[in-house]
Design a protein around this ligand. Structure first.
Ligand code: ADP
Length: 551
């Protein structure tokens, strides 16, 4: 950049020799020397510009890649509260638009500060050497230009901030459409979705136009001021050559330096406006990069010391917002036995699972596994000892084999197949085209509900964790699928401490202990028989809610 700046200044400097030696004197040797110099200066400028661009692009690319990697790690390390706050669209926009904004901001700063600022300085030096007095006169316009640009910069900031919100809404809308396309079509929601999307797109369009106007407004300011500056010099030049004894070459060199300085000076003004817009994206991104999760591991956390895997909730209170989801709850899950949680929707059953996995920490009370407070254990070791089978059987984009292997790092082919057999999944996997290497989509639409559940069970099988958390599906499968899933679950539960959010009568009947939850409290505990005899909430739930296979 310094070379580019120096060669630009040199090309102005050389104008004096061109006019005085070539045009006025017309000395043949001088003509050749000046011509050779011109070639040299421009070749050097070309080479320097090339190197400048390549190096800068490399740095920019590595900055973008570095930020994207950091952002992904940050997103994964965040707690549930963060993910509830952030929509997927926000994250995608950070990953794409805002990392690009950081890059453009840096490039702007580097090229402007490096090339344009150096160039302007070098040219101003040429101007001062050629004629200090008139240089001072032309520089008077600088404060006026700076004032005008500062005003534009302030306006840009707000527009850029709004634009981010609408961009994120577009991404979220696209994502929803991909996932919910069946519902959209089935409910004839095309028009409403289109209206929503159109409004977001048009908002972004309006903001983009607004940005363009603000950006372009630096041009009239700079052009007009530039015109005044040049006019001043021309008036002066007419007088200086005749009255002040300057050579035409000196005047031309001065004018060239000023005209050459004019372009980078304009770019500097534009940079200030453009930079503000990019910095808004960058600062939103850094809010995420610098955010710390509320839930953090203790510095002195040790791996979970596991015995039989007995779980104990002692006086635990937890609230997502104002009203507690769990209210001073105390319950046990005995080692290697099945503990069922039942209760009306919203009673707090899922929250028990959330706290045990440490997706969130309780506001008061303690949760222990084999006597150890789970907050004293490393989060990784805690989750390593827990297998979680949720209602929404999430499958990753990949093969059947990969999806089962996600259960445990380094699972062998034999272990994967055994897990699939135990989960009653081997048979249907074999029938799939490609078998274990058959692809399943993120929404696994080539699999039935029961098959997806059995794959999820196989994943938990291969994990082989001593503690099992099970969120039973509420929707009934067909009788045959139901039996197969039920068999698979029974095998999975064997020899593990199981906490199951139960909806199936068969699971509940077999549970060693049932806790009935209502409004964040345990209202009844016992076995199925004892609770039926007791009457109360359990008996009415039994009559209304629990179902058995076959729907
Ligand atoms: P259950 O699993 O028994 O249906 P939950 O544990 O999901 O009950 O919910 C218990 C209470 O906490 C409910 O009142 C529910 O509205 C509230 N709740 C659950 N999840 C959230 C959340 N992510 N944010 C705010 N409130 C929540």
């Amino acid at each position: 950049m310094a070379i580019v700046a120096a060669t630009t200044a040199a090309s102005a400097w050389i104008m004096q020799a061109i006019v005085d030696d070539v045009v006025v004197e017309n000395d043949p040797t001088q003509v050749k020397i000046v011509a050779a110099l011109v070639v040299l200066v421009f070749a050097l400028k070309g080479a320097a510009t090339y190197a400048n661009k390549v190096i800068l692009a490399g740095i920019g690319n590595s900055i973008v890649a570095g930020i994207q990697k950091r952002l992904y790690r940050k997103v994964l390390s965040q707690d549930m509260a963060f993910h509830q706050r952030m929509q997927a669209g926000d994250l995608v926009t950070h990953m794409s638009t805002n990392t690009a904004a950081v890059r453009r901001a840096l490039e702007l700063i580097v090229t402007s500060a490096g090339r344009d600022l150096l160039t302007v300085i070098a040219l101003v030096i040429v101007m001062f050497v050629k004629d200090p007095l008139i240089s001072l006169m032309t520089l008077v316009i600088a404060p006026i230009a700076i004032g005008g640009i500062a005003y534009l910069v302030r306006r840009v900031k707000k527009v850029a901030r709004d634009q981010f919100g609408f961009l994120a809404a577009i991404v979220t809308g696209m994502q929803e459409t991909g996932i919910g396309i069946r519902i959209i079509k089935a409910f004839n929601l095309e028009e409403r979705m289109t209206a929503r999307m159109d409004s977001s797109i048009e908002s972004v369009e309006a903001r983009a136009n607004r940005m363009a106007v603000l950006d372009a407004r630096s041009s009239p300011i700079m052009e007009t001021l530039g015109g005044f500056a040049i006019a001043t010099v021309i008036l002066y030049a007419g007088w200086a050559v005749t009255a002040n004894g300057k050579t035409p070459g000196e005047v031309i060199a001065f004018l060239t330096a000023m005209l050459l300085a004019y372009d980078p000076a304009k770019r500097l003004a534009k940079m200030a406006v453009g930079l503000r817009g990019h910095l808004v994206g960058a600062s939103l991104l850094y809010e995420v990069l610098d955010s710390e999760p509320d839930l953090i591991e203790r510095a002195d956390a040790t791996p979970l010391a596991l015995g039989n895997g007995g779980v104990h909730f002692d006086n635990v209170t937890f609230a997502y917002g104002e009203s507690p989801a769990l209210n001073q709850i105390t319950l046990d899950a005995a080692p290697k036995s099945v503990t069922a949680l039942v209760g009306p929707s919203g009673a707090g059953k899922s929250t028990v699972v959330t706290l045990l996995e440490r997706f969130a920490d309780p506001q008061s009370g303690t949760i222990t596994i084999d006597g150890m407070d789970i907050r004293d254990a490393t989060i990784h070791s805690l989750r390593e000892h827990i297998a979680f089978v949720s209602q929404d059987t999430f499958l990753f984009a990949g093969t059947v084999r990969e999806n089962i292997a996600f259960g445990r790092e380094g699972a062998t082919g034999a272990q994967i197949e055994q897990a699939a057999r135990d989960a009653n999944a081997h048979e249907f996997i074999e029938r799939m085209q490609g078998g274990y290497d058959a692809p399943v989509g993120t929404d696994g639409d080539n699999l039935s509900g029961g098959q997806r559940q059995r794959l999820a069970i196989a994943r938990a099988m291969v994990r082989d964790a001593p503690i099992l958390l099970l969120d039973e599906a509420t929707s009934a499968l067909d009788a045959q699928s139901e039996t197969k899933v039920q068999q698979a679950l029974e095998r999975l539960m064997q020899g593990r401490t199981t906490i199951v959010i139960a909806h199936r009568l068969s699971t509940i009947r077999q549970a060693d202990m049932i806790h009935v939850l209502d409004q964040g409290k345990v209202v009844q505990s016992g076995t199925h028989e004892s609770l039926i005899r007791e009457g109360g909430l359990y008996a009415s739930l039994h009559a209304l809610q629990f179902h058995d296979g076959g729907g």
